[in-house]
Design a protein. Structure first.
Length: 136
């Protein structure tokens, strides 16, 4: 994206390359997925709604936040996924999992409350106002 590639094109290329890389796995283990209409429809839904929509929104969000904020939010994703699995799906998280969640939350709290250095304080305005520098 720093070289002038559009957000949608960059995210699309990443997702497409990931899909191509996973095709051998589908061929080796995907027979139950394509055996009947119901599992195939679930697979199509999973590809379109959570994956495609999620990546489109993620790419849109990357254009609206600073790089440091994007990194911090990305680090929180596994913790949020674990909590959603516990709350919505009824998964059980072992004690070590809860300890990991507590560590992630503590880390995010420290990062969010830490005083900004001069370079960090300038980051939001710099990332939004300066034009993208083209490499020769």
């Amino acid at each position: 994206m720093n070289r002038g590639v559009g957000r949608a094109a960059a995210m699309g290329a990443v997702v497409d390359l990931d899909g191509i890389a996973l095709m051998p796995v589908l061929l080796l283990t995907g027979a139950p997925l394509i055996a009947s209409a119901q599992p195939m429809m679930v697979g199509i839904y999973m590809a379109l709604v959570p994956m495609l929509l999620g990546y489109l929104l993620f790419g849109y969000g990357l254009t609206r936040v600073t790089p440091s904020a994007a990194t911090t939010l990305t680090l929180a994703e596994p913790a949020i996924a674990a909590l959603l699995a516990v709350v919505l799906v009824g998964e059980r998280l072992p004690a070590i999992g809860w300890a990991g969640l507590a560590d992630i939350c503590a880390s995010l709290l420290v990062i969010s409350l830490a005083p900004a250095t001069h370079a960090c304080a300038a980051e939001p305005s710099r990332s939004r106002e300066l034009p993208i520098r083209q490499e020769a």
